[in-house]
Design a protein around this ligand. Structure first.
Ligand SMILES: Cc1cc2nc3c(=O)[nH]c(=O)nc-3n(C[C@H](O)[C@H](O)[C@H](O)COP(=O)(O)OP(=O)(O)OC[C@H]3O[C@@H](n4cnc5c(N)ncnc54)[C@H](O)[C@@H]3O)c2cc1C
Length: 535
């Protein structure tokens, strides 16, 4: 790693993010109490004890400064961030690692690496932070030699254009490093996916990531001014423009390409001033329906709150300590320039019109000097739970949980939600039993529909996690697509969601995209099986 941190091979991020032994023991105690079965945290294997297949390729002498078959490198790049991948890592199962890992520090080194992979026909896997939860960075079955290209050596902000308020950044920059470099200039990208500490600009662009703001500019798409990508057929760089109606946009082809068309090396990104005015309110509803009707009305009033996060009763109990019957709507506004009192006032008035309850003293308003009135109420508890996520703490302890997310138009929403809960609820009972739970929140809200994010969990027999997960995942994916949603709103497609993606996209579009891939990646080396099988 060029920045001295070491990636963790069994949890998200770096070794410094790994849960401590005592945190894992505490989680085990908690799960033992919940399930009535005593469990202990599984031991974490030492890399030295992991059996790894011998590399199936030899690295040309001219590339060895940045390409290696070092065991540690191959182990930490075997998996992405899905819980089942992390569980395999925790159990020391590394059956299909990459044969070599490259860390190019210049575009010339990247060109030479990709040319080598292309000439030899090696499967080539672009790698940012490795936080993919959709099987986007693993070596596919059938590959006869695989090279992971980690972009962490391309991690600088190269230029800031203060006049247009944009910056040219390299793709391998991690979220916090980017914000730390922008802060002295008074800017922010203002794109905060929940994986922000461990993911990169290139990964965000490649997967069309969604930030945690609920409305208006929140997707990485909104901030991309131009992109630069190396493909096996050469460089593809778009022109910097604030907007353009000149035919199909090259950036639209790069966004969401998930490492199948090329390796994004740079992008010009639109920046924003750092917000200083803020207003927040947590409004309580007696029913889920009243909550989502209010949310729709606020979205359709086009007030563009930064946060408009609706938590169903299960979520609001778990994440904000509420009574298990109430729905919580968290509304937040922020701006670099304009006091937000009036906006929050309008949004709260709409929420009250729909039966929402909130005391005026529970509306927190801060001005540019950081002076506040009101208090935060349930919102503070929710924020702590949201930010404190840590994988690995309870993995392998007999409790299985995961999430799936989508978006659907408002006209379909009530029936959609009921069907998803019914069908996934049945699958949960089939394999996890009556102790399972399913909950929902809205992560993003559009004028024409919400992006619901479902979380499920339940006790599982240790060793059967993968089969149980697959049964539930099939039910969830089938329900999302069958009832008119998208297979993913922001977690991306990878190999995991490829079948659902293929159902929802027009056949001709997929054929056209494959033809484009054939032009850019004629030997089909880049991420085969992600999005589609190139053949
Ligand atoms: C705890 C957690 C929370 C998450 N929260 C969110 C969230 O709030 N919003 C959201 O959108 N997603 C979220 N994700 C999913 C994931 O973080 C995103 O998909 C993210 O954009 C991946 O970035 P990365 O740098 O880790 O990319 P990686 O995981 O390394 O790669 C993702 C895909 O992009 C390709 N790729 C990576 N870099 C490049 C490049 N430079 N050029 C071409 N292709 C490339 C890879 O081959 C792979 O297919 C979350 C994941 C976790 C584990």
């Amino acid at each position: 790693m060029t920045d001295q941190r070491t990636r963790s091979f069994w949890t998200w991020g770096f070794t410094e993010d790994e849960p401590s032994d005592s945190q894992r023991q505490e989680a085990a105690r908690h799960i033992s109490e919940q399930t009535g079965k005593e469990v202990l945290p599984p031991p974490i294997p030492a890399i030295a004890d992991i059996n790894l297949r011998k590399p199936r390729l030899s690295i040309p002498a001219g590339l060895t400064d940045w390409v290696s078959s070092d065991k540690h490198e191959r182990v930490v790049h075997t998996y992405g961030g899905h819980i089942l991948e992390l569980l395999k890592a925790l159990r020391g199962q590394f059956d299909n690692p990459p044969d070599a890992v490259a860390h190019p520090k210049t575009e010339e080194q990247l060109e030479r690496t990709l040319a080598w992979c292309d000439a030899k026909g090696y499967t080539t896997i672009p790698y940012g932070g490795g936080t993919t939860v959709v099987d986007g960075v693993s070596v596919p079955a059938g590959s006869e030699g695989a090279v992971t290209i980690d972009t962490d050596g391309l991690n600088s902000i190269l230029e800031i254009d203060d006049v247009s308020r944009a910056a040219r950044m390299q793709a391998g920059i991690f979220g916090p490093d980017m914000e730390n470099q922008l802060r002295p200039h008074g800017y922010t990208l203002r794109h905060f996916p929940q994986s922000f500490p461990w993911s990169t600009l290139g990964g965000w662009i490649a997967t069309r990531s969604g930030g945690h703001y609920a409305t208006n500019h929140t997707h990485i798409d909104d901030f991309v001014e131009s992109t630069r990508m190396l493909t096996p057929a050469g460089w593809m760089e778009s022109r910097r423009l604030p907007g353009s109606g000149a035919g199909p946009s090259p950036d639209r082809m790069v966004l969401g390409s998930e490492g199948t068309l090329g390796i994004i090396t740079e992008a010009w990104m639109r920046l924003q001033k750092r917000p200083v005015y803020r207003a927040t309110a947590g409004v309580v509803f007696s029913s889920w329906q009243a909550g989502y009707e209010a949310t729709r009305a606020i979205a359709q009033a086009k007030l563009w709150p930064a946060n408009l996060r609706l938590l169903d009763p299960v979520e609001s109990a778990r994440a904000a300590g509420m009574d298990g019957k109430s729905t919580l709507l968290i509304i937040g506004f922020e701006s670099a320039d304009v006091p937000q009192d009036a906006y929050i006032g309008h949004a709260v008035a709409i929420a009250r019109d729909h039966g929402g309850q909130i005391e005026n003293s529970d509306i927190l308003i801060s001005d540019a000097q950081g002076k506040s009135t009101g208090r935060e109420g349930a919102v503070g508890a929710w924020r702590d739970a949201f930010i404190g996520v840590n994988a690995g703490v309870s993995n392998g302890l007999g409790m299985l949980s995961d999430t799936f997310e989508t978006a659907v138009t408002w006209d379909k929403w009530p029936e959609f939600d009921a069907s998803v809960r019914r069908e996934v609820g049945t699958a949960l009972k089939d394999v996890l039993g009556p102790g399972s739970s399913l909950s929902c929140r809205f992560t993003h809200v559009y004028v024409d529909g919400p992006a619901p994010y479902y979380t499920w969990s339940g006790p599982v027999a240790i060793g059967t996690e993968a089969q149980a997960w697959q049964h539930i995942k099939n039910a969830a994916s089938n329900a999302l697509v069958a009832h008119g949603g998208t297979i993913t709103h922001h977690h991306a497609v990878g190999r995991m969601h490829a079948p659902g993606w293929q159902i929802q996209q027009p056949d001709l579009f997929q054929e056209a995209l494959k033809a484009a891939k054939k032009r850019l990646d004629p030997n089909g080396i880049l991420n085969p099986g992600v999005l589609f099988d190139p053949d």
